[in-house]
Design a protein around this ligand. Sequence first.
Ligand code: APR
Ligand code: PHB
Length: 389
Amino acid sequence: MRTQVCIIGGGPSGLLLSQLLHRKGIDTVVLERRSRDYVLSRIRAGVLEWGTVELLREAGVGARMDREGFPHEGTYLALQNRGFRVDFKATTGKQVMVYGQTEVTADLYAARDAMDGVVIDEAEGVTPHALDSDAPFVTWHKDGTEHRIDCDFVIGCDGFHGISRPSIPNSVLREFERVYPFGWLGILSETPPVDDELIYANHPRGFALCSMRNENLSRYYIQCDVNDSLDAWSDRAFWDELKRRIPGEAAERLVTGPSIEKSIAPLRSFVAEPMRWGRLLLCGDAAHIVPPTGAKGLNLAASDVHYAYHALARHYLDGDGEGLERYSEQALSRVWKAIRFSWWFTTLMHRFPDQTEFEQRIQEAELEALEASTAAQTVMAENYVGLPY
Ligand code: APR
Ligand code: PHB
């Protein structure tokens, strides 16, 4: 087999890049380790920056998002049960779109199928070879048969636990990491959202977040111990704890119900450099992880895809390699700003196990300063709605 661009990983990064390149007449093959059902059942975050919205539209996958997604012009931040609103529209002129990543992935698969895009699922033992040569190739096996595909470029879209990043030699790869000493317990419930905007709450008992998917599907999170067992968190215990941490009027309005999904996620910031080595480019979670507090995971994947897409299109359509040369530097410059924002917002909103009274007062003072200052809110909003590409 031969293709121009071999993409490892059929999550949102891999599918979106494949879709964009195909529309420019550039041939791709996507190799995904899991089954399609597994990929489509993963529940992830739900806030799209406007740049992501526009990229999805450009890829021809924006129709359902535009019909079913919810544009949000602001968000609430709460401190000890009292909330205030940050107005994205008034401060930056921009908004975000609330639309689940699970739906984005489903739309991308549907679009790939409609164009007869090649997505090979349940590909085992995917291994890239000769990445520092002009003739890279990838091998895998499926149904007991060994396969090989030759290509011009390999794109590592295979997430944090993928094979692509470790294919860069140790002497070249640098990794930067912070692991936060807590997790998020999240539930999905078929209940109306408590508010029509998101509420991010800082509370002495720990952080809480009220989010949503649609009029009758809510997503809520509370900070927990990352080693907590899910069995220790009955639905009742979750709702009681959430109510304690959010502003009183929201707690009174909150409609509770059985959870249809419940999970605990660790929080981590991670960056790998460089994002290109020879004929390998990394995109999305393969190169970086953010804690979910700023909702940047999928959006950073989209900005990497934007840069990789334009670099590859320039190479194939204009014979100009400069985009590829600059890919790592360009992508990382935006990645680090989102890493900084997610770290700042996480640090501001969570209770750390060893937090001193001093640090507690600093958090409170910073939230009060944010409430009082349009300039500070503008900086927060600029980052939340997404920095320019
Ligand atoms: N071979 C083939 N596929 C692999 C391999 C491998 N060795 N390792 C992982 N994969 C697949 C995974 O099964 C998964 O479907 O790569 C895909 C990676 O998808 P994601 O983890 O969703 O990563 P990405 O596409 O970069 O999506 C952006 O940002 O913060 C997150 O929640 C956000 O998942 C979103 C991500
Ligand atoms: C979500 O809806 O799942 C969500 C929203 C905002 C975040 C994180 C997760 O910051």
